[in-house]
Design a protein around this ligand. Structure first.
Ligand SMILES: NC(=O)c1ccc[n+]([C@@H]2O[C@H](COP(=O)([O-])OP(=O)(O)OC[C@H]3O[C@@H](n4cnc5c(N)ncnc54)[C@H](OP(=O)(O)O)[C@@H]3O)[C@@H](O)[C@H]2O)c1
Length: 234
C-alpha cells in the first residue's frame, strides 16, 4: 500500500513512516525540513524499504496540492493519507499571542484540510482510500493550559467523524486517532524528566499499520492509544 505521511521529519510522523516502511508499506513523507526528510529516506532505504519525499509548508494550499501530487506521482498512486503534522503550543488563553493562535489554526486545521482535499478526488475516482487523522486525547477532553491547541484537536475530531459520513459511500475510510502521551520532543514539559513510560512514535505507527490493514468492507473509525504506565512520581 502507498501511504503519504505528513509531518514525517520528526516525532510521531517519523515513527509512523519508519514503522510502515518496516511493515512493507511504501511511504511518501512530507514536511518542511529537507535535511530531516533526506535522513529518513536514507534510513528507510538502508533497511530496503521504499520512501519518497516532498518538502512543503502545509499552511500554503497550492504548495500542499503540488507536494501531494508529486508524492502520488513518485509512489505511482496513493492508497492512504496520514495527517499527522501538527503544532503543539501549550499556553492558556491569557498568554497565547495572536500569531501563535493563527499558527495553530493554520497548521493543525487549515493544513490538514488542504492535504485532505488534495487526495479526495483521486480516492473518489478509484473508489478506495484511507485517511487517518492524528487528533489527540485533547481532541476529546479539555486541556487546561492548552485551550487553543485543544480547540484545533477538537476540530480535527469533528472534521474526521463528519468526513467519514461524507465519503464512505465512495469506499473511502476515515479514522481519527487520539494519542495520549507520546515520546516526541513537542510534548516535553521537562526535558530532563524520564520519558520511557510514554508510547513511542513507532508504536503509533504500528497502530496505524493495523488500522490500514482492516478488511476492505470494514474500518476502525476511532482509536485511542495511551501508555500503560504512568509518569514517575517527582
Ligand atoms: N507527542 C504527543 O504526546 C502527542 C499526543 C497527542 C497528539 N499529538 C499530535 O501528533 C502530531 C505530531 O506531534 P509530535 O509530537 O510528533 O510533534 P513534533 O515532534 O513537533 O513534529 C511535528 C511534525 O509536523 C511537521 N510540521 C509542523 N508544521 C508543519 C508545516 N507547517 N508544514 C509541514 N509540516 C509541518 C514537522 O516537520 P517540519 O518542522 O520539518 O515541517 C514535524 O515533522 C501532532 O498533530 C500532535 O498534535 C502528539
Amino acid at each position: 500500500m502507498k501511504i503519504i505521511v505528513t509531518g514525517a521529519s520528526r516525532g510521531i510522523g517519523r515513527g509512523i513512516a519508519t514503522a510502515l516502511a518496516k511493515e512493507g508499506f511504501q511511504v511518501g513523507a512530507l514536511a518542511r525540513s529537507s535535511t530531516l526528510l533526506d535522513e529518513l529516506r536514507t534510513e528507510i532505504e538502508a533497511a530496503r524499504g521504499i520512501c519518497h519525499t516532498a518538502v512543503c509548508d502545509l499552511r500554503d494550499p497550492s504548495a500542499t496540492q503540488s507536494a501531494i501530487a508529486s508524492l502520488r506521482e513518485q509512489l505511482g498512486g496513493v492508497d492512504g493519507l496520514i495527517n499527522n503534522a501538527g503544532l503543539v503550543i501549550r499556553k492558556d488563553a491569557f498568554d497565547l499571542s495572536m500569531e501563535e493562535w493563527h499558527a495553530l489554526i493554520d497548521t493543525n486545521i487549515h493544513g490538514l484540510f488542504y492535504a485532505t482535499r488534495a487526495v479526495l478526488p483521486w480516492m473518489r475516482e478509484q473508489r478506495r482510500g484511507h485517511i487517518i487523522n492524528i487528533s489527540s486525547i485533547s481532541g476529546k477532553v479539555p486541556l487546561p493550559g492548552g485551550s487553543a491547541y485543544a480547540a484545533t484537536k477538537f476540530a480535527v475530531t469533528g472534521f474526521s467523524l463528519s468526513l467519514l459520513q461524507e465519503v464512505r459511500e465512495y469506499g473511502i475510510k476515515v479514522t481519527v486517532v487520539y494519542p495520549g502521551s507520546v515520546d516526541s520532543q513537542s510534548h516535553r514539559h521537562d526535558a530532563d524528566a524520564g520519558h520511557s513510560w510514554k508510547v513511542t512514535p513507532e508504536e503509533v505507527g504500528q497502530a496505524c499499520a493495523g488500522i490500514l490493514r482492516t478488511a476492505p468492507g470494514t474500518l476502525i473509525s476511532e482509536l485511542e492509544i495511551r501508555p500503560l504506565g504512568r509518569p514517575p512520581k517527582p
